[in-house]
Design a protein around this ligand. Structure first.
Ligand code: KG4
Ligand code: ZN
Length: 344
């Protein structure tokens, strides 16, 4: 790697978004391009892996070109390549990894395979190109990582070090949103649908129970999901119209309060300076408002466009590794079940 500014081109294809981005110095977004397949998968109510891989193949070349063009760079101007290595759908990951390897090989660039969850955490370091840098998260920090497949509370004492404090014992938060949306006949993806429906309802209409767990920083969302199911069944049996807004708002409130309270407890207990909230569910308005309403900790929540899957976050995390001289060989394989806890 050359001296700063270091420009990392990243590719992300772990699920149903084909994305590429160029980020300078791990923080400044020079471009971020996302080709979403969400409309294609909506008809199945979830991501259909075989279709996802094929769509990545169709999109990846154009998406990478677009990212370079928007950054006004040629491939040869870039200093390193980062790519999501896992976790994710194997067939989808392979498409991004092969593209990234070909790019690295063609102009002899260093390449690093990045953990997708680490990427979500590093989205908190990003800011839009040309604008003033946002304040950098300060260590030690507690990160709440809430996505479609993961719900984890992590303590970071410095860059790239992760101590798992707890996580979900059943459904991930995003998964719970998706399942409850399906139950209420709301469209996929469930998170944004529940959020929209909740605007028309009261969070106090139903009192869905909070999970009681022996480990203080673990989460459980299957109880609240079952409580919504029972309520829906009871209302239907009574021939009543479902109060979708009230059900959505009360469910959302139960999930948000569990996420908020445990994160705050962890930050207090571990003497955190800052809190990071990241992953697809961090796009949730009620969750963002809960954290913004307190003044005890500085909270970093990415811009909405960076909460769900994107490649800028992979570039941000990849930069941290590349700047330390870490590199992968071109024969590295993808790791579909590479959980962040494996990095602890
Ligand atoms: O991080 P992400 O894009 O993909 C994974 O790595 O899983 O997260 C997707 C998840 C989905 O479960 C989706 O329903 C949820 O994030 N999500 C939301 C919102 N936007 C996306 N959940 C609640 N409220 C939202 N506004
Ligand atoms: Zn994700």
């Amino acid at each position: 790697m050359k001296t700063p500014p270091l420009r990392v081109l990243a590719v992300e294809s772990s699920c149903d978004e084909t994305a590429a981005a160029v980020v300078a110095n791990g923080r400044e977004i020079l471009s971020s391009v996302i080709a979403s397949q969400v409309d294609l998968h909506a008809q199945f109510g979830g991501v259909y892996p075989e279709i996802a891989s094929r769509e990545h193949i169709k999109a990846v070349y154009a998406v990478v070109n677009e990212a370079l063009q928007q950054a006004h760079l040629e491939l040869g101007d870039v200093d390193g390549i980062a790519v999501t290595r896992g976790p994710g759908l194997a067939g989808s990951l392979v498409v991004g990894a092969n593209m990234a390897k070909a790019l690295a090989m063609s102009v002899d660039l260093p390449i690093i395979g990045v953990n997708h969850l680490e990427g979500h955490i590093y989205s908190s370091w990003l800011y839009a190109g040309g604008s003033a840098p946002t304040p950098e998260p300060k260590f030690p920090l507690v990160a709440l990582l809430v996505s479609g497949g993961h719900t984890e509370l992590i303590l970071m004492r410095e860059h790239l070090t992760y101590q798992r404090l707890g996580g979900t014992v059943d459904d991930a938060a995003g998964e719970a949103f998706d399942k409850v949306a399906r139950l209420l006949d709301l469209p996929y993806p469930g998170g944004p649908s529940i959020q929209k429906a909740a605007q028309e309802g009261s969070p106090r209409a139903f009192n869905f129970p909070k999970a009681r767990l022996s480990e203080p920083f673990n989460f459980s969302f299957s109880g609240v999901k079952t409580a919504v199911l029972r309520t829906v069944q009871d209302l239907r049996a009574q021939g009543k119209t479902l109060p979708i807004g009230d059900l959505a708002a009360s469910f959302q409130a139960a999930v948000v309060s569990a996420l908020y309270e445990k994160t705050m407890d962890a930050a207090r207990q571990f003497g955190a300076q800052d809190i990071i909230v990241a992953g697809g569910v961090s796009a949730n308005k009620a969750l963002r408002e809960a954290f913004r309403s307190q003044t005890q900790f500085k909270v970093h929540i990415p811009h909405i466009s960076l909460c769900t899957d994107n490649a800028a976050m992979i570039a941000a995390a990849g930069y941290q590794h590349l700047a330390r001289g870490e590199r992968d060989n071109l024969d590295f394989d993808v790791l579909p079940t590479w959980y962040l806890t494996a990095l602890v």
